[in-house]
Write a protein that binds this ligand. Structure first.
Ligand code: GLN
Length: 489
């Protein structure tokens, strides 16, 4: 069956655009119509930018006519509302930033604009990217396009839901402990968290600066490689971005798996794993074996301490990063306060939502003198152990494969009152960030209830090319990358 334009991939549409069979204005209008049709059920957007999108599309058509622009020229994208976009409201899913309109673009946005990409809007997220279900957003909760009674995953939930439902062709999200990979897994799309330092964080509103990384969400693996090509590379504006060479990630996709050693970390297949998730991931592993990879078992013994360490380190960094939202320079201010202290207190207590407050309290406590050694220092030591686990594993194999989440997407509201239960869903994604490694998720099957199941691939620093190659081989073997959710309109 021929896919509608809004359901197609970047590389399919790029061909149509560059051969002038399609204009970006036509494509953008189709995507905007799709948003009109499905947004009432899905709710992925915080801010739509229709006029901007159409003017960017017209400019892209001119670039295309002159043979200019990059591979993303004319492609409609959505952007997680954590990235600064010049002249377009940026909320970070929070009331505390209202009415912030950034005076500058994040570096990744500048790079997309240079290519001639089109931005259809800013999409939903958990407030300050804190969450795994996108139920912590001050502007409503997006729904899973495969079943709107279920969560779409978080914190880049709007990105994943908008890609899956054809409300954009691809998106950018951010991943501090799994926030690109989890929603990608739950919505049946491809998502990547690049190596820490691969993609500039300039203009990314900070959650936990030693863990945050921007990454693409796309409809297939080739699109993921194209997006990484566009956004990756050194940026003098981010002192943690690395001067590592940027290969063309699309060039090696189909170079095959022979000679490749793939590790199965046994800790990721423990008893709590949902049986359908286990079966789908094991099927993926056997397909990789058939494709020529050697499969070996490895151990990452400190995985079980990942959640405990992360939920000290991330809140500690957040408590410091979020201190800037004090009602003084920008964002929300309680105008009724009569003293400076009252203004600080009430602006912050009215502006932040409950999960963000919980993290600020946790992080401030963990960093307070007298507790620092017991919590932050200990967590940092565990972090080193986790890094060493990976170093050891990568002497035996080129990449690690596993599930992304222990279960498929749960029902809306199921864990909303139980933060600890939600934190546990991060068990398989968090250690990657603690070690700064690249990882990705791609769809590997569906539960009997029709919900997507994701397959995770983690690799050594700066080996995104290896991950993409494995993902591409699996995607070819599975043959499910053209499936789209059955959204009734
Ligand atoms: N679920 C994790 C958290 O709430 C990770 C979020 C993220 O990656 N931004 O902190």
């Amino acid at each position: 069956m021929e896919l509608a334009l809004y359901d197609q991939t970047i590389h399919q549409l790029q061909e149509l655009l560059q051969s002038k069979q399609l204009s970006s204005v036509e494509l953008t209008n189709q995507v905007l119509n799709r948003i009109d049709q499905v947004e009432p059920q899905i709710g992925a957007f915080i801010t739509e930018c229709r006029d901007l999108a159409l003017s960017q599309a017209a400019a892209a058509d001119q670039m295309l006519a002159k043979g200019e622009g990059g591979p993303l020229c004319g492609i409609p994208l959505s952007i997680k509302d954590v990235l600064c976009t010049k002249g377009v409201r940026t909320t970070c899913g929070s009331k505390i930033l209202e009415p912030f309109v950034p005076p500058y673009d994040a570096t990744v946005i500048t790079r997309l604009k240079e290519q001639g990409a089109v931005m259809v809007g800013k999409v939903s997220m958990d407030e300050f990217a804190m969450g795994s279900a996108n139920e912590n957003c001050a502007y409503g909760t997006p729904k899973n396009p495969w079943n709107t009674n279920h969560i779409c995953g978080g914190s880049s939930g709007g990105s994943a839901a908008s890609v899956a439902s054809g409300e954009c062709i691809a998106s950018l999200g951010s991943d501090t402990g799994g926030s690109v990979r989890q929603p990608a897994s739950h919505c049946g799309v491809v998502g990547m968290k690049p190596t820490y330092g691969r993609v500039s964080r300039f203009g990314l509103l900070a959650f936990a600066s030693s863990l945050d990384q921007i990454g693409p969400l796309t409809k297939d693996v080739r699109d993921c490689a194209m997006m990484l090509n566009a956004i990756g590379g050194y940026d003098p504006k981010d002192s943690t971005s690395v001067k590592e060479s940027m290969p063309d990630f699309t060039a090696t996709l189909s170079s095959g798996l022979s000679g490749m050693r793939i590790g199965i970390p046994k800790e990721y297949f423990s008893e709590g794993l949902d049986q359908e998730v286990r079966a789908a991931v094991e099927n993926g592993i056997s397909l990789l074996r058939q494709a020529g990879a050697e499969i070996i078992e490895v151990s990452l013994p400190h995985t079980e301490y990942g959640i405990a360490a992360y939920y000290i380190i991330a809140p500690a960094e957040a408590s410091s990063n979020l201190a800037r939202y004090d009602g003084v320079k920008y964002g929300f201010r309680n105008q009724d306060a009569s003293t400076l202290l009252e203004m600080y207190k009430t602006s912050r207590s009215q502006g932040f939502g409950p999960e963000v407050k919980r993290r600020i309290i946790l992080g401030t406590y963990a960093l307070s003198s007298g507790y620092y050694d017991a919590y932050y220092k200990k967590a940092s030591q565990v972090r080193t152990k986790i890094v060493e686990d990976y170093q050891r594993a990568f002497t035996a194999c080129d990449a690690l494969v596993s599930p992304v989440t222990p279960t498929p997407a749960w029902r809306l509201g199921d864990k909303a009152d139980d933060p600890l239960a939600a934190y546990l869903s991060d068990a398989m994604t968090i250690c990657t960030n603690l070690a700064g490694l690249p990882a990705m998720s791609l769809p590997c099957g569906f539960s009997t209830a029709g919900l997507p199941i994701g397959f995770q691939i983690q690799g050594p620093h700066f080996q995104e090319g290896t991950l993409l190659k494995i993902a591409f081989a699996l995607e070819q073997a599975l043959g499910i990358s053209q499936r789209r959710p059955p959204i009734s309109t």
